[in-house]
Design a protein around this ligand. Structure first.
Ligand SMILES: [Mg+2]
Length: 227
């Protein structure tokens, strides 16, 4: 039963998230080309580079590590991606404090602090077709994780919730970002930011334990089968 994570394990989770995102940069570009300006794959490549640069600086405390990650990501050139993801990681660093390791409750508090950090940067809620559609259910899943579940199981539940949340953006109109201007034409497309969050959480979870394969996010991107 794994019921705490160390700084090194958190770094491994971040590397897992980065590596999962890197495998799907082309997907993120295609999704953003459909309803945005097509730069999200490039922005996430820069964010991935920034996270890895921050991780290469050595661990220190959890809070120091997440703060370095947050500031590096905040400073990338990539539209809204840097400030939004940067706020998530800086919020997480506030939630980590000086701890050398986290138990389950502290991990929940860490992600809740990250969500609060992001809430300082965007007013988007579930249903607005943004990254929040994946992040809020993921953080809720960690908070709702049953008492007997260990940390890898809680992160797996978060990854599944984020994937369902990203998938749920498909029928929505957008209420934020460029996609808002598309009105009904955004319907039928996944939100790229929500998909990014689902990839990050899958990578976080897979860094601690294997997961069953995800749904293909593009399997219904071409709405030809009976809808
Ligand atoms: Mg864009």
């Amino acid at each position: 039963m794994k019921d705490s994570i160390t700084v090194d394990e958190l770094a491994a989770m971040l590397r897992g998230g980065v590596s999962r995102v890197r495998r799907d940069l082309d997907l993120l570009t295609r999704l953003d080309s459909a309803i945005g300006d097509g730069d999200h794959g490039l922005a996430m490549q820069r964010a991935a580079d920034a996270i890895e640069a921050a991780l290469a600086g050595g661990a220190g405390s959890l809070g120091d590590l997440l703060s370095r990650v947050g500031w590096e990501v905040m400073s990338i050139d990539g539209g809204s991606t840097g400030p939004l993801l940067g706020s998530l990681f800086l919020g997480m660093s506030d939630g980590a404090g000086p701890a050398a390791s986290l138990d389950r409750d502290q991990l929940r508090a860490l992600f809740e602090a990250g969500l609060n950090g992001l809430r300082g940067a965007t007013g988007a809620k579930v249903g607005d077709k943004t990254l929040m559609d994946a992040l809020i259910p993921a953080v809720d899943a960690i908070a709702a994780c049953p008492a007997g579940a260990d940390i890898p199981a809680c992160l797996a539940a978060a990854a599944e919730a984020a994937e369902r949340g990203a998938e749920a953006t498909r029928p929505l109109r957008a209420r934020f970002g460029r996609a808002r201007n598309l009105g009904d034409r955004a319907i039928g497309h996944l939100d790229p930011g929500a998909v990014t969050v689902s990839l990050l959480f899958r990578g976080f979870a897979e860094a601690l334990a294997p997961l069953p394969p995800p749904r293909d996010p593009e399997s219904e991107e071409n709405p030809s089968h009976g809808r």
